[in-house]
Design a protein around this ligand. Structure first.
Ligand code: BTN
Length: 339
């Protein structure tokens, strides 16, 4: 019920307790209780005697119609369904459950999309949590069926990262880099993360779930638990994009790029991906297992035609298919770190 109240308050203007109670047909005490639940979502509210309640800034909540109308008609037909939740444990867990229980059957090459204003158990790569406060960022999962088997899907997550970067660049969010395979960074801080999961038959018909978290206008207080340097679009570009338009643009770009990828693989995207490679030519450490104390050292030499990582190690140029990269501190000619 407090989400209904939130919709009434989303315009950022004052609303009297009486008007809110009448509209929702509840008592003033219920409104007061709902207000405290809105506080618990991490949203700032002002209450002024004689004027009522007001959010400290307007909220641009997800809206089905606004998303659809911002996707060109020829691409819109490729969307099977968009489900919007105010709060969910995780858009990826929810979508996975729908697929495994066969409540959701993907139709041909169409996309199923699930998005949430808040996730209570958002998941990142390598078992990390993805902190997902209400209303200011994007958390969504896209599911799509493939019948090519997993080996073809290797470069897929790199293509998804590229789709997001293309859209952000068009929206004046410049200076982005991609850390292999698919972390989107700005000045070494994380702007967006992608979690790719697969169900079905890995050698035949499979369903791929693409979970995307993108920081837009994150309230630092609600992000205090994030365990890595992070950044949001507002900090980079100085403005906050309309979230419904932005997600529509990302979905449209994804639909085009996924179809192209299915037809021709990663190779057509390789050069463009490498233009955004955040660590190209850098000395790095690659950890292929979670909690591995030390990883493989080498220099990033780009990616191959399938999107696998090429590292110059002491054995020569080696190819890697998974893992987590971290840059090594830059050293001067004497091998010392600059002060
Ligand atoms: C990463 O660790 O970089 C991947 C983060 C992926 C987070 C997104 S948010 C939407 C979707 N639902 C989840 O639980 N995780 C993904």
């Amino acid at each position: 019920m407090h989400f209904k109240l939130l919709k009434l308050l989303a315009d950022g203007k004052f609303h009297s307790g009486e008007m809110l109670a009448n509209t929702l047909q509840v008592s003033r005490t219920s409104i007061w209780k709902m207000i405290s639940r809105i506080h618990d979502l991490g949203l700032e509210l002002h209450s002024v005697k004689g004027k009522g309640y007001k959010l400290s800034e307007p909220l641009d909540l997800f809206d089905h119609e606004s998303i659809l109308k911002n996707i060109p008609a020829d691409l819109r037909v490729k969307i099977q369904d968009i489900k919007i939740f105010q709060s969910l444990d995780s858009t990826s867990s929810y979508t996975m459950e729908l697929l495994r229980s066969r409540e959701l059957n993907l139709e041909g090459n169409r996309l199923f999309v699930c998005l949430a204003e808040q996730q209570t158990a958002g998941r990142g790569r390598r078992g990390r949590p993805w902190i997902s406060p209400f209303g200011h960022n994007l958390y969504f999962t896209v599911a799509r069926e493939f019948n090519t088997g997993l080996s073809e899907i290797e470069g897929f997550s790199l293509v998804i990262a590229l789709a997001i970067v293309r859209v952000l660049e068009r929206n004046k969010v410049h200076g982005l880099g991609i850390k292999w395979p698919n972390d989107i960074l700005w000045q070494e801080k994380k702007l967006a993360g992608i979690l790719l999961e697969i169900t079905g038959d890995p050698t035949g018909l499979s369903q791929v779930l693409i979970g995307i978290g993108l920081n837009i206008n994150a309230n630092p207080q609600s992000m205090f638990n994030v365990d890595q340097p992070w950044v949001d679009i507002k900090t980079i570009s100085g403005s906050v994009p309309d979230r419904n338009k932005l997600i529509a643009e990302i979905l449209a770009e994804m639909i085009k790029m996924i179809d192209e990828f299915e037809a021709g693989g990663f190779v057509a995207f390789k050069d463009e991906w490498e233009d955004f490679d955040a660590l190209k030519g850098r000395q790095v450490e690659l950890k292929t297992h979670t909690n591995q104390p030390s990883g493989i050292l080498g220099k990033v030499m780009g990616v191959n035609k399938q999107g696998a990582l090429l590292l110059q190690t002491k054995e020569g140029i080696e190819t890697f298919h998974g893992g987590e990269l971290s840059p090594r501190p830059v050293q001067n000619e004497q091998g010392n770190q600059p002060r």
